[in-house]
Design a protein around this ligand. Structure first.
Ligand SMILES: Cc1cc2nc3c(=O)[nH]c(=O)nc-3n(C[C@H](O)[C@H](O)[C@H](O)COP(=O)(O)OP(=O)(O)OC[C@H]3O[C@@H](n4cnc5c(N)ncnc54)[C@H](O)[C@@H]3O)c2cc1C
Length: 399
């Protein structure tokens, strides 16, 4: 019987092993940690956002800043509806939340871990924990895989090591190009006084913009105790992961808090001034802004309490400008606890996406974050792991 070694007992390694027929392959997973699936365990805040309810491969790939072109054929083979079916067949019900993120009904990542462990037991997969791979040697039609305390031979090798610097070095020595890794999916640190004591306040439709790299995003924005977070920030961090790294995460972020134009905001303020001349500017309610934000904004502009009638043209322009184009100095990045990934990894040009096989080394396959593929937050990163691993399993089962 042929021997298959999967390096990495994470999401893609276990999904692959769960789909390999033991009648075809003697399979071993080599995992450096003493337990499997540790990242999956903490994923989605411990609930595991397993996929996204987007069932059109052409639409789905738009959520992948890196890998969208290559993933079209991969998702045509195995996509979120297949993920639903696969887990349902294993007795795991999934649920779709309002924002289309998909979780196990149990709300616990342990359900997914238990499923993979049961499935790999059924397929007689050997799992060797505390087995950190330090070298891979390629012979004519075999691989030698050397761990810290042992050595293994395999006919076929799958690399499913996630964002491991050590493995990227090994793959580089074998001839593969590695696109340098940089973080993706993070939040922004900002100490601007406008944000002081506003943690928890959100803006449902903000527009954010970094003019130096000409990038714009829309969506909900959240003020946190360290700066800014929310879907708009996470999307921007993902699409601009590489540019923001080059800027050392220091740049000016322009924020339109109300998603309206300067002229409209100005007209709205003039209308309010005409309607309620005796009203205090501090009690003005426009664009559903919270009182705390409005107070900070006025204080920041040094517009002290006065009646609307006493607002000068200059004051009105300053407020409209601040509502639609606040410039904030971002001074760094912070981790988004629910999900983060690495942009970078094995160069996609060197992989055949019909099989997930290396174009340079026959019988060497890749799945998961080891590749230069990553997505926005929302279950897309796991979906890429499931689809890539499934393609490999079907090819190996057919040999
Ligand atoms: C906090 C957090 C939450 C997340 N939540 C979500 C979410 O809800 N939904 C989503 O879609 N994505 C989420 N992600 C991203 C998702 O976890 C990853 O995209 C996914 O785990 C990648 O799977 P993988 O199999 O490629 O790598 P991993 O899951 O990282 O597994 C790689 C495995 O390889 C092992 N390994 C590495 N090097 C070696 C070596 N040399 N020898 C032996 N073993 C080795 C590692 O120990 C690890 O177990 C989250 C990420 C984080 C950090």
């Amino acid at each position: 019987m042929k021997k298959l070694i999967i390096i990495g007992g994470g999401a893609s390694g276990f999904f692959l092993a769960s789909n390999i027929h033991h009648s075809k392959w003697k399979t071993i997973i080599l995992e450096q940690a003493k337990k499997p699936l540790q990242k999956l365990k903490i994923s989605g805040g411990g609930r595991c956002n397993i996929t996204h309810a987007c069932f059109s491969p052409n639409k789905l790939v738009k959520y992948y800043p890196r890998g969208s072109k290559e993933l079209v054929s991969v998702f045509n083979y195995f996509q979120p509806s297949d993920t639903f079916e696969w887990f349902l067949q294993k007795g795991v019900n999934l649920k779709i939340e309002n924002d289309n993120r998909v979780f196990p009904e149990s709300n616990s990542s342990q359900t997914i871990i238990d499923t993979f462990i049961q499935q790999t037991k059924k397929e007689n997969i050997e799992i060797h924990y505390n087995s950190s791979v330090i070298t891979i040697k390629k012979f004519k039609d075999k691989f030698e895989v050397i761990t810290t305390d042992s050595s293994y031979y395999a006919d076929t090798l799958v690399i499913a090591t996630g964002s491991s610097m050590k493995m990227w070095k090994i793959l580089n020595q074998l001839g593969h190009t590695i696109i340098p890794p940089v973080p993706s999916l993070f939040t922004f640190i900002c100490n601007d006084p406008l944000l002081h004591n506003l943690q928890g306040i959100s803006f449902p439709e903000a527009e954010i913009h970094i003019s130096s790299i000409k990038i714009k995003e829309f969506g909900p924005l959240l003020i946190t105790h360290w700066g800014l977070s929310g879907p708009a920030i996470l999307k921007l961090s993902s699409w601009s992961a590489r540019e923001l790294y080059k800027m050392n995460y220091k740049f000016i972020l322009r924020v339109n808090w109300i998603s309206d134009t300067f002229d409209n905001a100005r007209e709205e303020l003039i209308r309010e001034k005409e309607k309620h001349p005796k009203k205090s500017v501090y009690t003005l309610k426009i664009y559903n802004l919270t009182q705390r934000f409005w107070n900070n904004l006025l204080e920041n502009l040094h517009i002290h309490d006065k009646n609307l009638a006493d607002l000068s043209k200059k004051d009105i322009n300053k407020i409209a400008e601040s509502l639609t184009n606040t410039q904030l100095q971002i001074s760094g990045k912070n981790i988004h606890k629910d999900e983060f990934v690495t942009a970078g990894g094995v160069d996609l040009k060197e992989v055949d996406f019909r099989t997930m096989q290396s174009k340079l080394i026959p019988n060497l396959f890749f799945a998961g974050e080891v590749l230069n593929i990553d997505a926005l937050t929302g279950g897309f990163n796991f979906q890429a792991c499931w689809s890539e691993a499934y393609i490999i399993s079907q090819l190996l089962n057919s040999i």
